[in-house]
Design a protein around this ligand. Structure first.
Ligand code: ZLM
Ligand code: CA
Ligand code: ZN
Length: 397
């Protein structure tokens, strides 16, 4: 109906187990797995499912997750329930649960949820190493804050680290790029002592007017990995700290300038792209002013490097715009163009209708300086790029 044809050249695979949708972090928690339901509905409504190989991956096993995570931590994750949780237990707190924020609640089916998104990223990574796909997509993954034995920032298991570990069995160098509005600290930390992974994160950084840092509080331009010159990981990390309100033109320029330089100097054999949608304008937790096509420009740019790519989700707290963005980015991966009027036969079409919700179109204007004034000046961004280029000189040896 929409005239989709399989474009030449790219084999794209889509890795998704719909059971992830049925998990709830709690009624007012910002992380809503049903945003994946909306995403899948848009992808199906536009006919994109016929342009990709679709897989429904099995959950990752305990042993597969233990390639990165501590077994004691996984033991805890696999047994804890809302009924048996002991919030005063020191182990509970040490594993990142509890505390006043309740960022990482214990909910029903937690273990099932983490093994599903972990399994999907692992399956996607396998498809790349088997050369079955050029681009493998898992919108349910991208949980970049999880540490080997600590849950953090809505992330319990780090599917990205697991996927990169698998890619390293066949690739000498893997580049990790993170456009989520938060710093990709868990991935950076996991590979801080190797030169076989380069981590690059773009994010909001700095304190709010009450002096509280934007989560997780790390990722300044000066943080480039270990400082000890005998550590192989030295210089193999680049952080791009940004301020509130960055707009499309600034972000696109910055992303292309810096990422082009990293790819040219590091020469990765494979790329993992975390495409967190909380960097869009209008996100419930984010602070940027990006439109969907500017966010998608990052995927287009990375596709242009002609390396195997694992595309994964991440944050994104205004579900209708998460769905729009990831549908658009799926179309970018397969090389299709989508019309702006949403197909009418979408089950949850009301989520996209009305002036507050984007008027039934795929690309509503999300730029809103009333919500977040742009305090990034072009001069500040130029200075940032100059510092980034300076940091990259370390790669020349
Ligand atoms: N305060 N409920 C991004 C992870 C961001 C930690 C600041 C007290 C929330 C947030 C949870 C329902 C990714 C922090 C917060 C609140 C310490 C964060 C539960 C609202 C709610 O309503 C909420 C009771 C909750 C959490 C807001 N948490 C907003 N921002 C961050 C974590 C994850 O996008 O990067 C990848 C998926 N946490 O700022 C505090 C430090 C406690
Ligand atoms: Ca980021
Ligand atoms: Zn985020």
């Amino acid at each position: 109906e929409y005239g989709m044809e399989k474009p030449q050249g790219y084999n794209v695979s889509f890795h998704y187990n719909p059971h992830v949708e049925y998990h709830h972090f709690g009624s007012s928690h910002p992380m809503k797995p049903w945003r994946l339901t909306l995403t899948k509905q848009l992808i199906v409504a536009y006919g994109l499912e016929y342009t990709m190989d679709l897989y429904e991956p099995r959950p990752a096993s305990f042993d597969e997750l233990a390639v990165f995570h501590d077994r004691q931590y996984l033991n805890f994750l696999s047994h804890v329930t809302p009924q048996n949780a002991k919030p005063d237990d020191p182990a509970y707190i040490a594993f990142g649960f509890g505390g006043e924020s309740n960022d990482c609640p214990v909910f029903d089916g937690l273990w099932n949820y983490v093994s599903l998104y972990g399994g999907a990223s692992l399956h996607a990574a396998h498809n790349l190493t088997n050369k079955q796909s050029d681009i493998a997509i898992n919108w349910s993954g991208g949980l970049h804050h999880a540490k080997k034995n600590v849950a953090s920032g809505f992330c319990y298991v780090n599917d990205i680290v697991l996927a990169i570990q698998h890619l390293l069995t066949q690739n000498q160098r893997v580049l990790y790029i993170d456009i989520d509005v938060h710093h990709g600290d868990g991935v950076e930390q996991a590979f801080e002592s190797t030169d076989r992974v380069f981590t690059l994160s773009y994010h909001k950084y700095g304190n709010d007017r009450h002096g509280y840092p934007f989560f997780p509080g790390t990722g300044n331009i000066t943080e480039t990995g270990p400082t000890d010159p005998s550590n192989r990981g030295k210089g193999h990390c680049l952080n791009i700290p940004l301020e509130d309100g960055i707009d499309d033109e600034q972000y696109k320029w910055l992303f292309k300038t810096v990422t082009d330089a990293v790819v040219q100097k590091y020469q990765p054999n494979a790329i993992v792209l975390q495409s967190g949608a909380d960097s869009l304008g209008g996100d419930r937790l984010g602070r940027f002013n990006l439109n969907i096509k500017a966010h998608g420009f990052c995927i287009e740019t990375v596709k242009g490097y002609q390396r195997p790519i694992l595309v994964i989700g991440g944050g994104g707290y205004t579900p209708r715009n998460v769905a729009r963005t990831w549908c658009h980015e799926t179309s970018v991966c397969v090389g299709a163009t989508l019309h702006d009027n949403l197909p009418s036969h979408i089950p949850y079409i009301q989520a996209f209708q009305g002036s507050e919700n984007g008027d039934g179109i795929l690309y509503p204007d999300l730029h809103n300086t009333k919500r977040h004034e742009n305090v990034n000046t072009n001069q500040k961004l130029q200075n940032l790029v100059a510092k980034a280029m300076e940091n990259l000189r370390y790669l020349e040896g």
